[in-house]
Design a protein around this ligand. Structure first.
Ligand code: FES
Length: 178
């Protein structure tokens, strides 16, 4: 199995707002937050930028709900806020999109000869054991044009696509997002 996918999880930050990052006030994409372990840069979704630019004051204490993504290829961790709450203000929410999940498992000869059937049953068993079977659609597909890395399956999680991913990793991603 390859390791080129990103690991995604949710987390909360509590810290002091240091300011926005960038030169052009109307195009700030990130803010900087001082937390006990140091400073972090957090991306702000477009629909929150306007309200935050006018409401946040450097130095104030804020709470941020964020999604973190770890890319093992670059070893970089990135954060994107979905909720920002300044003390004394009402929470400003960014509605998290409803996430749908689908797993496409290749069941053509190239993959079947190299463990495609086992991959499918391991996937079904893992999802069943972790109570996720009814939350995701499993589809059997034709050749996915990656026969050299058979057996193949693709997880579609919202708009993201994860390839060459182990059933346990699929289950963990689903648990974190559904
Ligand atoms: S047969 Fe499965 S990817 Fe080609």
């Amino acid at each position: 199995m390859g390791k080129q996918h990103q690991t995604v999880s949710e987390l909360n930050f509590e810290g002091q707002f240091l300011g926005f990052v960038g030169d052009q006030p109307k195009k700030f994409k990130h803010l900087r937050l001082a937390i006990p372990s140091g400073n972090v840069k957090i991306k702000i979704p477009k629909d929150l930028r306007c309200s935050l630019v006018t409401s946040l004051v450097p130095g104030e204490q804020i709470h941020i709900g964020a999604i973190s993504k770890f890319n093992p290829r670059t070893s970089k961790l990135k954060f994107t806020a979905y909720q920002v709450q300044a003390s004394g203000f009402c929470p400003i929410h960014h509605r998290l999109p409803e996430i749908t999940a689908k797993i496409m498992v290749c069941q053509k000869s190239g993959c079947m000869k190299r463990g495609g059937k086992n991959l499918l049953s391991e996937l079904e068993k893992t999802l069943c054991d972790r109570g996720l079977l009814d939350k995701v659609k499993i589809e059997h597909t034709d050749c996915q044009k990656s026969c050299s890395s058979a057996p193949n399956c693709v997880l579609m999680l919202g708009k993201k696509q994860y390839k060459k991913i182990h059933p346990d990793a699929i289950a963990s991603l689903l648990e974190n997002h559904l």
